[in-house]
Design a protein around this ligand. Structure first.
Ligand code: NZQ
Ligand code: ZN
Length: 392
């Protein structure tokens, strides 16, 4: 069944090489006091920091800074940012970086408008309402999460071994600057992890329990083919603008809400992966790359096989005249070959330093004490079995 839906993605996107000249005017719409947030320094190494400061100063804005936002961003960084916003009467946040910086900034923006501890927005036992948030503008430097054009964010709390996500329309960036050249310096490894993450965002929606709009299925297959085609090019030729541009725009469209149209959905691999990142601080895309082919294998049966056939023939060009089960297994093999051979990502949990000692607790947390109501509903026992499949 195709359900009713509302399509509403009010993020102004400036795409391309010469768009930063509009940064000042975008920020000015929201006030004069700007808090720029960024990570461990990559933006300085690529000269982006200087270019941004120049634009902000030229626009006559007052600039404050918060650096050091970590990959798998931590709640303490969010708390610090929210406090800085209040102390400095910040009008607008400018997140410069990948998903971690943008996600952390989203919760700083919400925290700045509230008196509660920002963790309460994420804590599943509290889920404090997000009534208001400061406006956010982003400059994206890594194609992966889609945070630049979606309303979600994921934050880690090392004190509780939690990594939790939350969505709210209040967290949607007002504008995002997407210059593919800003991703030339992304390492082959991070490029590969980003590609695995975007693939997963599409697969989570494509493999779901509801009927798709046919046009969206084809759109998703187009996005996946784009990633399969261009990720290896970007790894081989980091300054290939065409490859970086295709990956950047694909990353935004993989998760900006467009492909969700008309279906109820629940994701499978992301809740499982967030447990791996929460306990072992591994890179999100890498965890997804290890889990996804195993999860697909686990969910394949006579009732689900047609979706795999569609995926295998549509994305990997597998011969449609073969038996459905044969196509399905070849489709999973093709995805695994892409992730592990072409992108060179590690393929097992032990290879990234994870043993089976916490599988039971992680599985329980992944299903939130119940069942993941996804493509094929998964209990904690199912999730544990999928973790076990990743041991070799
Ligand atoms: O910190 P710096 O020095 O900037 O280095 C970063 C970081 O070490 C580096 N990097 C970023 N841009 C670069 C660069 N290095 C060289 N050149 C550049 N241009 O890359 C490293 C990873 O950055 P990070 O922001 O952590 O990567 P990513 O964009 O993959 O973000 C991952 C986070 O986003 C969450 C993940 O769980 C994870 O915490 N997600 C957010 C989502 C969302 N908001 O919708 C959805 C996703 O499913 C995901 O869960
Ligand atoms: Zn993801």
């Amino acid at each position: 069944m195709i359900h009713d839906f509302i399509y509403d993605i009010p993020v102004r996107v400036y795409f391309g090489r010469d768009q930063l000249q509009h940064l000042g005017e975008e920020l000015k719409k929201h006030g004069t006091r700007v808090l720029m947030t960024y990570g461990g320094g990559s933006i300085k190494r690529i000269g982006l920091y200087d270019r941004i400061v120049e634009q902000v100063k030229a626009a006559g804005l007052e600039l404050f800074e918060l650096s050091g936002i970590e990959p798998n961003p931590r709640i303490d960084s969010v708390r610090l940012g929210a406090r800085m916003c209040k102390e400095n009467k910040i009008d607008v946040l400018l997140a410069v970086g990948g998903g971690s910086t943008i996600d952390a900034t989203k919760f700083m923006a919400a925290g700045a408008c509230s008196d509660i501890d920002p963790w309460d927005f994420l804590d599943t036992t509290k889920r404090a309402p997000i009534k208001q948030a400061l406006p956010i503008v982003t400059v994206l430097t890594l194609s992966a999460t889609g945070s630049e054009m979606d309303c979600g964010g994921v934050i880690s709390n090392p004190a509780t071994n939690d990594k939790l996500g939350r969505m709210s329309s209040k967290l949607l960036p007002k504008a995002s600057f997407l210059d593919p050249a800003n991703t030339f310096s992304v390492s082959p490894y991070q490029t590969a992890c980003g590609a695995a993450d975007m693939m997963s965002h599409i697969i989570e929606v494509y493999f779901n329990m509801d009927q798709d709009l046919y046009m969206l299925d084809l759109f998703m297959e187009g996005l996946m083919k784009t990633i399969v085609r261009y990720a290896p090019v970007a790894m081989r030729e980091p300054e290939n603008y065409e490859a970086r541009a295709n990956l950047m725009w694909a990353s935004s469209w993989a998760i900006n809400g467009f492909i969700d149209g008309g279906k109820r959905q629940a994701w499978s691999c992301h809740p499982m992966e967030h447990e791996l990142s929460a306990y072992y601080d591994i890179t999100h895309g890498l965890g997804l790359a290890i889990l996804t082919p195993r999860w697909m294998r686990y969910c394949l049966d006579e009732t689900t096989v047609q979706k795999y056939v569609q995926f295998g023939t549509g994305v990997f060009g597998i011969d449609p005249t073969l038996e459905p089960m044969e196509i399905a297994n070849r489709a999973i093999d093709s995805l695994a070959t892409f992730l592990y051979d072409t992108l060179g990502l590690k393929s097992t949990l032990p290879a990234v330093g994870i043993d089976d000692s916490r599988f039971a607790v992680m599985a329980k947390k992944a299903v939130g004490g119940g069942t993941l109501p996804a493509f094929k509903p998964l209990t904690a026992t199912d999730v544990e079995a999928i973790f076990r499949m990743c041991m070799e």
